[in-house]
Ligand binder design. Sequence first.
Ligand code: AMP
Length: 282
Amino acid sequence: MHIFENITDTKEHILELKNKGMSIGFVPTMGALHPGHISLIRQAHKENDIVAASIFVNPIQFNNQEDLKKYPRTPEKDFYMLESAGCDIVFYPTAVEMYPEKVNVVYDFGILDKVMEGKFRPGHFNGVAIVVKKLFDITLPDKAYFGEKDFQQLAIIKALVKKENIPVAIVPCPTIRESDGLAMSSRNERLNEEERAIAPVIYNTLLEIREKIKKEPIPEILSWATEKINNQPGMTVEYIEIVNSDTLLPVRVFDTNIPTRACLAAFLGQVRLIDNLGLDMN
Ligand code: AMP
């Protein structure tokens, strides 16, 4: 496995492989890898000749500097996990390599970056779009893999690719969970023992929403879910929404024929957790 810190070397290496007719599957990450990330690597390995991953904690997508500072960094362990899963190339740049000067690009994603995460993390998706565009320019992927765990991010990336005419297929990958249902996340490591025991309530609530939506009105379900989570010690809901999976606009009345998703964000102590679940197809 090749590890590159420099943009030019990475691009040269990838161009050489592409000129030999090899396809590139790309998995962008912020490191502190867990089996959720590795599932993306394995999927990319199945569908491409070469798998490239990036590890970069992107400063411009953090609107909370404390969160950026506390973000876990475990590069040696990450390299080992990537190599074991069949990754061929890791791009591991510094912030100066990625942003030698201030970036002023402002994307317009319409409603997609204004709702849910966008409402509570202003500028976050603009930072994500800037870094992903840059990473695509460097790694020139045929296919790029993103987790449904970050459902709104996936919608933003699809919109970015369309807007910028980037010739890459975006492949959504299912959320990988702990055995008790908690969605795997690098942030889970920051939960203490009590918080970790409570955390599965998020997924359980989403599962219950999926049952309730068949028979109860949406506003009632949302109040019930908010109360259920807020009643847990140390837990506060930031948002719970039931949205159209394509437009991310709130759904007022459930229709099994329209792709629908329940999305939620909640603080558990100091740790902000997000999760989502498709409601329509089951
Ligand atoms: P991150 O390192 O958090 O930026 O995540 C990198 C990629 O891994 C993103 O596409 C995430 O959606 C994806 N990812 C993170 N956690 C999971 C999970 N539990 N299951 C599947 N994909 C995930």
